[in-house]
Design a protein around this ligand. Structure first.
Ligand SMILES: CCCCCCCCCCCCCCCCCCCC(=O)SCCNC(=O)CCNC(=O)[C@H](O)C(C)(C)COP(=O)(O)OP(=O)(O)OC[C@H]1O[C@@H](n2cnc3c(N)ncnc32)[C@H](O)[C@@H]1OP(=O)(O)O
Ligand SMILES: Cc1cc2nc3c(=O)[nH]c(=O)nc-3n(C[C@H](O)[C@H](O)[C@H](O)COP(=O)(O)OP(=O)(O)OC[C@H]3O[C@@H](n4cnc5c(N)ncnc54)[C@H](O)[C@@H]3O)c2cc1C
Length: 687
């Protein structure tokens, strides 16, 4: 039945212009056109096949990734793709690779932390991939605690070099049972990178100046062998088949490795020929700048991963039918449910399915828009830093850290929920969901453990609360704290379910909840004589306050988006409904906090739930069109359940037939292990 669109009826129900929504999702017509062209280029090229990934042994898998990355680079250079097109190409190839770290962290670290002179030496090499780099910060014993890193870079004035050294157990106070406290985890380090940005404690003249970045060559440019003093390798298999195992996360020890002085990244601070340590006029925290950049990227990426899972689960929920009656006979469920021509109920029509699926669909849109805004914030802070305005750096750090935490946690949980929404078939690798989960879930840990990052947000909030009344007016995402007196007193004025569609009412509810939770934490903290002790004791509450603040940011940026001119028939109306689902489902989930802070009453919470159900009904006929608006190719989705034409069952059957286990009718191992067993049972049965 090739060519039949099993979701055509669903597509015909759409009440908005899908092509216009595609542009809203992409961000602009230009971005849409680039993404559309490049995604088709990748999808139509068999070299980028990826359906075999879960089945490949690690070595083969990794070699295949190297092949794809090299082929992608060939296309990029031969087709003279722009930077934007090249990064879209890597995105649609959809396979974690050393290139993510080279382009995503190594190059940004060079740009952000090297002087102009250093950049003019290293960047051209990196841009042409004549060197390949990674970001080597985390050690076996220290990941979150960057200040605790133990690798040292000691200046040797005799030779004008730094001596980079990984500490051994004997030189460390640590009582780990491992022999060497090495660098551990960096992607691209294990087998590929020729260079690394290594973070180490800078020591000059016996004085420890804390953690700084250094450019270290790891492997020979002739034969790729590690240079003297360097031991490097892969850290082994990670969670899931295929998944993140295409990446060579690595282990590195540096045994008194010498690098020239000018390979310390010297934008933030410098070491002179005489060995004098000098700090520029910029805050030390800029050493962490690459992390701010990548966290912002990870927020944008969350909407991609979540939308992928939601697209699969939504299409499949419209295809899948359970209960109802096949031949017009007695029904097993109430007539309330919409029936298809077969008389069976599409599982997407179950309110429980909608209650699990539609908030995730709404989150994908919400994260898209907050990601756009965060990109703007990052660009803004970068421009300010260039003219020595550091005033917005703490907010940029709090926003990138908090939103990275919020969006990756919700996305990882959301992907797993989508798997369950697809019932048994969701557990098949061909659904695409197991691999998507396995590849995505470490985002909750890398680039800062999500709890550790929320604690950073909490510190920022407590600092803000402590400054209330000092005359320093909070601005940006924290401006609402300037109205804290009002927010502590005010009460929600909602009287009817529809009142929950009023943006200013919604905003105040989220602001009041966030402000009250922060103020309550600050009051409790003030009871401790030692603030650090208090912070540790109250950290679980502080994390909840940080989440409330971050959710407020996402809600407010979605509402801001709706204030813009959004062209296209019905597009804005649909986005208003989607936004309503986002904030009302949060309100429902965190009802306890909204009630406990006494901003809303139980009656108002019930009205919010009524409105939420009404919005589910509004979105239901548009659900397929809303996920079509992501404009994902079947190649990118990598899922039989989510395929565009909805022709799921024959495809599942065909894929099963192609499984290597079905190459023979009688399995390998029958003669050794099954036949003797069965024979023996036959004998005992005869006895
Ligand atoms: C590779 C990305 C590709 C991108 C392009 C592709 C797009 C798709 C993206 C996703 C695709 C998947 C790619 C996967 C790649 C995986 C990459 C993973 C890489 C890593 O994991 S690298 C290692 C990252 N490590 C961490 O994040 C460690 C976490 N720890 C920290 O960040 C800090 O150490 C911590 C916890 C913030 C420090 O706390 P603390 O000890 O309290 O702080 P300090 O004393 O050091 O500093 C205090 C002071 O500084 C402020 N601060 C802290 N951090 C920052 C910052 N980043 N910027 C600005 N300011 C900062 C802090 O608020 C304090 O300020 P005060 O005013 O209060 O003093
Ligand atoms: C797939 C993957 C790729 C990575 N790639 C890179 C890379 O390219 N380069 C690189 O340098 N690193 C990389 N990392 C390392 C990564 O950045 C760290 O694993 C991450 O920062 C978390 O640090 P950790 O492992 O030390 O966790 P830990 O800090 O040991 O966390 C363990 C537990 O302790 C809790 N915890 C820790 N500190 C606190 C605290 N102060 N208060 C409350 N709870 C706390 C955490 O919440 C967590 O539950 C990668 C990691 C992964 C999984």
């Amino acid at each position: 039945m090739a060519g039949v669109d099993y979701l055509a009826d669903e597509r015909n129900k759409a009440e908005f212009d899908v092509d216009s929504m595609k542009i809203v999702w992409a961000g602009s017509r230009h971005t849409f056109e680039v993404a559309d062209r490049i995604s088709k280029l990748v999808a139509n090229d068999p070299a980028f096949r990826k359906d075999d990934r879960p089945m490949l042994p690690r070595k083969e898998l990794f070699k295949n990734t190297l092949r794809k990355a090299a082929y992608a680079w060939k296309l990029i250079t031969e087709l003279r793709l722009s930077e934007e097109e090249a990064s879209k190409l890597r995105f649609f190839v959809d396979e974690p690779a050393y290139t993510d770290l080279h382009w995503g962290m190594f190059v940004p670290a060079l740009k952000g932390q090297c002087t102009d002179e250093q950049q003019s030496k290293w960047l051209p090499l990196a841009y042409k991939m004549q060197i390949i780099g990674c970001y080597a910060q985390t050690e076996l014993g220290h990941g979150s605690n960057v200040q605790g890193l133990e690798t040292t870079a000691t200046f040797d004035p005799q030779t004008d070099e730094f001596v980079i050294h990984s500490p051994t157990l004997t030189s460390s106070k640590c009582y780990h049972t491992v022999e060497v406290l090495c660098t551990w985890w960096p992607g691209g380090l294990g087998k590929v990178s020729t260079h690394a940005v290594v973070y180490a404690r800078l020591i000059t003249d016996g004085k420890d100046h804390g953690v700084h970045g250094f450019i270290v060559q790891l492997r020979s440019m002739e034969d790729h062998k590690p240079l003297p003093g360097i031991t490097v390798g892969d850290i082994g298999m990670k969670f899931g088949n295929g998944a993140y195992n295409t990446m060579d996360n690595g282990v590195l020890t540096l045994d008194h490795v010498r690098i020239p002085r000018d390979q310390m990244m010297m934008r933030v601070s410098q070491v002179t020929r005489e060995g004098k340590y000098k700090q520029s006029d910029v805050p030390r925290q800029l050493v962490y700048g690459t992390m701010v950049y990548v966290r912002q990227k990870i927020v944008a990426d969350a909407s991609c991963a979540l939308s992928k899972a939601v697209c699969i689960a939504t299409r499949y929920s419209a295809v899948r039918r359970q209960f109802g009656s096949q031949n017009g006979g007695p029904e097993t469920q109430s007539a309330h449910y919409r029936k298809s021509y077969t008389g069976l109920i599409q599982v997407i029509d179950y309110k429980t399915q909608q209650n699990r699926l539609f908030p995730l669909l709404a989150s994908a849109y919400a994260f898209r828009f907050v990601g756009e805004w965060l990109k703007w914030l990052y660009t803004d802070v970068t421009q300010r830093l260039a003219v020595n305005d550091f005033s917005t750096l703490p907010e940029a750090h709090a926003c990138t850290a908090g939103l990275k935490s919020l969006t990756t946690t919700a996305t990882a949980d959301g992907i797993e929920e989508c798997r369950k929404l697809c019932g048994g078939h969701g557990y098949l690798c061909t659904s695409g969901l197991p691999e998507l989960f396995a590849v995505y879930v470490p985002a909750c840990t890398y680039e800062g453990d999500n709890i550790v990052l929320l604690l950073q947000v909490a510190r920022f909030l407590m600092k803000t609360v402590s400054q209330i009344g000092s005359g320093k007016q909070p601005v940006g995402t924290i401006a609402y704290m300037g109205r804290v007196e009002h927010l502590l007193k005010s009460r929600c004025s909602v009287q009817r379910a529809e009142d929950w569609l009023n943006p200013s009412q919604v905003l105040e509810a989220f602001e009041a909840r966030a402000a009250r939770m922060s103020v309550s934490c600050a009051q409790n903290l003030s009871k401790f004589s030692n603030p650090e002790e208090g912070f540790a004791e109250l950290s679980a509450d502080l994390v909840e306050a940080a989440v409330a603040h971050c959710q407020l940011i996402v809600v407010s940026k979605f509402l801001d988006k709706l204030q813009q001119d959004i062209p296209g028939k019905g597009v804005k109306q649909l986005l208003q409904a989607v936004c309503g689902i986002y904030y009302l489902s949060l309100l429902h989930k965190h009802q306890g906090e909204f009630l406990a802070t006494s901003y809303i009453t139980p009656k108002q919470a019930a009205l919010a739930s009524d409105q939420l159900r009404a919005l589910y009904s509004k979105v239901r006929p548009n659900a397929i069109a809303l996920v079509d608006s992501f404009n994902y190719t079947d190649h990118f989705l990598g899922s039989i359940l989510g395929c565009y034409d909805g022709n799921v069952y024959p495809k599942l059957y065909e894929a099963a037939k192609k499984d290597p286990l079905n190459d023979t009718v009688v399995p390998d191992g029958y003669h050794e292990y099954l036949k003797p067993l069965l024979k023996q049972q036959l004998h005992s049965a005869k006895l």
